[in-house]
Design a protein around this ligand. Structure first.
Ligand code: F6R
Length: 264
């Protein structure tokens, strides 16, 4: 994992935007894995801006979101479909049919929906770049602690902690306790991963997944198996890392090597 520490969450969003922009400009038919939540909002705003200014086009891009609440209709403002439309898709030139979430109504077979989602991703040639946020309990997607590191897209029961954090968006009687999420193995198949964590609440899970052991109790620690993951942190999220100086010196060396090879 490449651990990159930025002075602010804006600088994190700027870097993530550049990575995605460079990728799409090189490969217009990029397959992107998307996340919801508060973390990627700044990045979505910057990507929208780039698109409006004509520096970036999503016309050939396909997207797959990590997760969706089970039984929550896409028309419902609390669904992740509605979030994606509101915060991103409605403001860019993406073809609506190319945007995918693992939506599942309560009268659908969740096993079919999950299998089809995996098949759809494979049919598009797999995910080129997956954006991830980090749960306070170390979850990625809705892979809560104890999720199998070999899991595929499936229905998951949310933990009480996740329900409490998300309760701001739901009245208690209507809060979904289940979600369909890409599995950890699904996520690890992405060719590149941008894990974004900002703010002091992410400092402890960041410490655990970066410097702790690989464990189902911290699902994000599975990223230690992935060979092309960049972990983008602001100062607050990086504040508990023991080996910060080392991560910073790695980045300096990388920049120097890049300069050197550009000069050849
Ligand atoms: C959302 C998702 C979740 C969030 C995580 C962090 O699609 O998959 O894993 O990324 O819960 O949420 P925020 O960014 O709101 O702190």
């Amino acid at each position: 994992m490449d651990i990159m520490i930025f002075r602010s969450s804006e600088a994190v969003a700027e870097y993530a935007t550049q990575v995605i922009k460079d990728l799409i400009n090189k490969k217009p038919a990029t397959v992107l894995g998307m996340a919801t939540g508060s973390t990627p909002l700044l990045m979505y705003r910057r990507l929208i801006e780039e698109c409006r200014r004509g520096f970036l086009s999503f016309r050939e891009v396909t997207t797959f979101n990590l997760d969706e609440y089970y039984g929550v209709n896409g028309e419902d403002a609390r669904s992740y479909r509605a979030y994606m439309q509101r915060e991103f898709f409605d403001h860019i030139d993406i073809v609506p049919e190319n945007t995918h979430l693992p939506a599942c109504s309560s009268d659908q077979d969740h096993l079919d929906v999950s299998r089809n989602y995996e098949a759809l991703i494979a049919g598009k040639g797999g995910i080129d770049l997956q954006v991830l946020g980090l749960g306070q309990n170390g979850h990625i997607g809705f892979n809560e602690p104890t999720s199998s590191l070999g899991s595929r897209t499936r229905i998951k029961t949310l933990t009480q902690g996740t329900l409490n954090i998300n309760s701001q968006y739901f009245s208690s009687e209507s809060q979904p306790e289940l979600a369909i999420t890409m599995g950890i193995a699904t996520i690890l198949e992405a060719r590149q991963i941008l894990m974004i964590a900002t703010g002091a609440k992410k400092a402890e899970p960041v410490r655990q997944f970066v410097e702790g052991p690989v464990s189902t109790m911290c699902p994000a620690s599975a990223l230690q198996f992935h060979n092309n993951t960049q972990v983008l942190l602001d100062e607050d999220a990086a504040s508990l890392l023991a080996n910060r100086e080392y991560y910073e010196s790695v980045q300096v060396q990388k920049r120097q090597l890049a300069e050197q090879f550009r000069g050849i």
